[in-house]
Write a protein of this length. Structure first.
Length: 165
């Protein structure tokens, strides 16, 4: 895929690299969940860094074939089509060690998804949620969870939230 000369791609790559460098060894062997997966860049990165599995959740029917193509040869990759707010309740009973979230900005999805992750017990004890967000959508940390790390990478804010053991 070709990107315009706007410099958008290098910024996304640097942000992704910074996120995974911050996660360090926590990725190895993790059961990952990539919400708002798009083309799957975050989940693919997790798998390439040793995550045991990754469930990619994407709503767009136009993006889904591209996502499926990107992950078809990757062991441990699973794709689920649907709106994240409807998909999360369906995942009750499963636990993830690492949740990756880059929702569309300005739609109130950050707090809604964190609440659903907590409500349905989807984050394993000691697990982490990586949230890419805007200044206006700083995550409301659920009870029993804490901010592990927060930083700015270009125009993107990244907050890593962890569930206490």
């Amino acid at each position: 895929m070709r990107y315009p000369r706007s410099g958008l791609r290098p910024t996304m790559d640097r942000t992704r690299q910074a996120v995974f460098n911050a996660l360090g060894d926590a990725v190895a062997g993790a059961r990952a969940l990539d919400l708002f997966a798009g083309g799957g860049a975050l989940g693919v990165e997790a798998l390439s860094r040793g995550a045991a599995s990754c469930l990619f959740v994407e709503q767009s029917g136009r993006v889904l074939p591209f996502l499926r193509q990107n992950v078809k040869a990757m062991e441990g990759a699973e794709v689920m089509r649907g709106d994240v707010r409807r998909a999360l309740p369906k995942l009750a009973g499963r636990e993830f060690d690492l949740v990756l979230m880059d929702p569309p900005y300005g739609r109130g999805l950050v707090d809604a998804c964190l609440g659903l992750l907590r409500l349905h017990g989807l984050l394993a004890p000691g697990g982490m949620v990586v949230v890419e967000h805007s200044d206006a959508e700083r995550p409301e940390v659920p009870e029993g969870w804490e901010v592990v790390k927060s930083g700015r990478h270009g125009g993107t804010l990244v907050t890593i939230v962890g569930r206490l053991v």
